[in-house]
Design a protein around this ligand. Structure first.
Ligand SMILES: C[S@@+](CC[C@H](N)C(=O)[O-])C[C@H]1O[C@@H](n2cnc3c(N)ncnc32)[C@H](O)[C@@H]1O
Length: 207
């Protein structure tokens, strides 16, 4: 019997979108009203699962906005006994993220750094198990080498919005990078901004 895809896969898969409560639900509403792009509950849950199953203790997020994706990572850190460091250039967003982490009871698992990630990464001595890159796409290319440097061997870099045209230079450089083994995934991502987009997963090779 041939494999048959369900009719209307978009509406079919919407029934499986995990619904959120509390602070995450409030952020979803605020993000929609204020046009703040967020990863949404499907990608959020995926990142939370990856962080927990890989036992990531030190997680770096680049592009906090108001803390939506950060809450998924920080919840994972509660389980792995880890900590999320998250970088945001916009001071008002950084303050709101810190407030949202506090309201979620996650302050002990989070550190919000306000500034341009390009400057902050230059001076960073620490190394990380997982890096999540989610800022302006034209800037991704500037952060490829710094992210490679701060990742531990076998650490994972996850990059959002790699289906954006502006991500092409980054995607090509990542493919050619001998220090990473990587794969992009293009998918229907309900409630992600936007819903058809790509994420890439890059493992830092042992050096
Ligand atoms: C797509 S939003 C992040 C969404 C967030 N990860 C989420 O899903 O909840 C991108 C954020 O990156 C910030 N940003 C852009 N360029 C940056 C840079 N060079 N350094 C730090 N933050 C930056 C923007 O201010 C914006 O809040």
């Amino acid at each position: 019997m041939p494999n048959v895809i369900v009719p209307n896969p978009e509406s079919y898969f919407r029934q499986f979108v995990p619904s959120q409560q509390g602070v995450l639900k409030t952020i979803e509403k605020e993000a929609a009203q204020e046009f703040i792009p967020i990863i949404g509950p499907v990608v959020g849950t995926l990142l939370n699962i990856l962080a927990i199953t890989s036992g990531a203790k030190r997680i770096l997020e680049i592009g906090t906005a108001i803390g939506y994706s950060g809450i998924f990572f920080a919840e994972a850190c509660k389980i792995t006994d880890g900590k999320l460091t998250t970088i945001e250039m916009n001071p008002a967003h950084a303050d709101r993220a810190a407030d949202n982490f506090k309201k979620s009871g996650l302050s002990d698992f989070t550190e919000v750094l306000n500034g341009d990630a390009r400057d902050i990464l230059n001076g960073m001595a620490e190394s990380f198990d997982m890096v999540f890159l989610d800022i302006d796409k034209v800037t991704y290319i500037d952060l490829l080498e710094p992210c490679h440097k701060i990742l531990k061997n076998n650490g994972l870099m996850i990059t959002d919005n790699v289906a954006f045209k502006e991500s092409d230079e980054f995607n090509q450089a990542l493919k050619a990078h001998t220090g990473f083994r990587s794969v992009p995934l293009y998918a229907f991502l309900p409630d992600h901004s936007p819903e058809y987009d790509g994420l890439s997963f890059a493992l830092k090779r042992e050096s």
